[in-house]
Design a protein around this ligand. Structure first.
Ligand code: ARG
Length: 489
């Protein structure tokens, strides 16, 4: 049949290049299922509102069901987008007298905005599930290592002793914030533009609340012009994905460093490693390197989205079509990366002995020693900092005698005369006792970590419930919609 879109206003067909340049069919595969559901919900509402007859409604619904079952492959990919291709297939199946009524009271502008929100919310739910699994893996690993000493770093230089649990829980806290950001974004994604039509809504007596609810959205979007024009929800999600990927990339970077013989803190399972085509001995952490690289892809999508949306006048502009592939790509890369990192963490070999030895290397106990001078000898911290700083230039592990010599030189008295003891010094030089002393909120002491991890586990089960409820609400709505469609045929 002739092109149902162009046959009126336009008298020439597009050339192949124009067709390819303007078509969104490739990216629209992502919204095929969404579009069918949206067509169904809209059609049911049109009939209930007396806008189309029962008979037309039932014909349209059975055509849509057939299209859903046949899948997108049977659609004509030469159309400019899935909406027109789908409507054209419907008209082919049931004729224009019934099929030509489906698009009453709406436009592709509200249709596509609804489709994107519909498809994106599934992506959000699936990434949230993936993040929960990663968070669970990090928390479990952390719980196993509350006594595993390791050096903490600043400027990638040995700084102070900490535990592997504390280090992992730091990453887990970042991921928990990512989960919170996605849940919050979900609330702004899961609202329904349908019925806004081109931008000025419609003169047909449609019921936007009914379609929104049937599709599992929390409510209709208020302003019909905003509903078709806005893509800030894409920017927001891409920014949240970018944050996730930056957090993942930082973990990946550490895994890469830890896998070197210089660090030798950990080893990736063979499943996640690659080898060299020439150097037979090589075991390379390629998966982690790709994760670091893919973070660039996701941040690139965010840059693309921001730039596409910038400076667009209200309401719909075709530029917006260019935004969709970026959100698809960034969502898919993010989900895959989160799943990959979970696997890596679950199978990681940890070299506790190396971490322990390294926890004291580089005089990591210097801060605790300076603090001990303050506590036992009553000198100001800045003075203690100077004494230990001076000592660290020469003595790898200073003794009470070394400290006395420097304090005598600098201050004119020995700190042992002011209350500094042998036990005080040796205690300060013990990395485990350094860690045990750091028991303030957020500190690495095993007791504190145990409390923090228990709190985290409680928060995680509350988050998991929230995510399952969001998931269930959508699933139920779509199940009901499918049932209703069947009863109307
Ligand atoms: N393919 C279009 C998109 O992705 C659908 C909306 C087209 N609307 C229009 N007025 N040309 O944005």
């Amino acid at each position: 049949m002739s092109d149902i879109l162009r046959r009126g206003r336009l008298s020439k067909s597009p050339g192949e290049e124009m067709r390819a340049y303007t078509s969104s069919m490739d990216a629209d595969k992502w919204i095929f299922e969404a579009d069918v559901y949206i067509d169904m919900a809209h059609t049911l509402m049109l009939q209930e509102q007396g806008i189309i007859s029962k008979d037309d409604c039932s014909q349209i619904l059975s055509g849509l069901l057939q299209i859903k079952e046949e899948g997108m492959e049977t659609l004509d990919f030469s159309y400019e987008d899935i909406h027109i291709s789908l409507e054209s297939r419907l008209i082919d199946l049931i004729g224009e007298d019934a099929g030509g009524r489906m698009h009453s009271g709406r436009s592709r502008n509200d249709e596509v905005a609804t489709c994107i929100r519909f498809a994106l919310r599934s992506e959000l739910l699936s990434i949230l599930e993936d993040l929960m699994k990663l968070e669970t893996a990090l928390t479990a690993l952390s719980s196993d290592h509350i006594y595993t000493l390791m050096p903490g770093f600043t400027h990638l230089q040995h700084a102070q002793p900490t535990t592997f649990a504390h280090h992992l829980a730091a990453h887990a806290d970042a991921i928990e914030r990512d989960i919170g950001r996605l849940i919050s974004a979900y609330g702004r994604v899961n609202i329904c533009p349908l019925g806004s039509a081109a931008f000025a809504s419609t003169g047909f007596p449609i019921d936007r609340y009914v379609t929104a609810a049937r599709l599992g959205f929390s409510k209709p979007m208020t302003n019909s012009m905003d509903a078709v024009s806005s893509r800030d929800f894409l920017i927001e999600c891409a920014a949240a994905f970018s944050n996730i990927m930056i957090n993942l990339s930082r973990m990946a970077e550490e895994l890469i460093l830890w896998s070197t013989p210089e660090f030798n803190f950990a080893e990736l399972d063979d499943t996640y490693a690659s080898t060299s085509s020439i150097m037979p001995q090589k075991k390379n952490p390629d998966t982690a390197e790709l994760m670091r690289g893919k973070s660039g892809t996701v941040v690139g999508s965010l840059a693309a989205l921001v730039t596409i949306c910038k400076g667009l006048p209200l309401s719909y502009n075709r530029d917006l079509q260019e935004a969709t592939p970026h959100i698809i790509k960034s969502a898919h890369v993010t989900g895959a990366s989160v799943r990959m990192l979970t696997g890596i963490m679950e199978t990681l070999t940890i070299h506790e002995d190396v971490m322990k030895t390294q926890s004291a290397a580089g005089f990591t106990t210097a801060t605790e020693l300076a603090d001990t001078l303050v506590r036992e000898a009553g000198i100001p911290f800045r003075t203690a900092h100077r004494i230990i700083g001076t000592l660290s230039k020469t003595a790898a592990v200073p003794s009470l005698k070394d400290i006395d010599a420097v304090s005598y030189d600098l201050l004119g008295f020995k700190l042992s005369d002011k209350g500094l003891t042998e036990e005080g010094v040796s205690g300060a030089l013990d990395p485990m006792s350094n860690v045990e002393r750091r028991r303030v909120v957020g500190g690495p002491s095993p007791a504190q970590m145990r409390d923090d991890l228990a709190d985290k586990k409680r928060r995680l089960s509350a988050l998991q419930k929230e995510i399952w409820d969001m998931d269930l609400a959508v699933e139920k709505a779509l199940e009901n919609l499918t049932e209703e469609v069947k009863t109307k045929i």
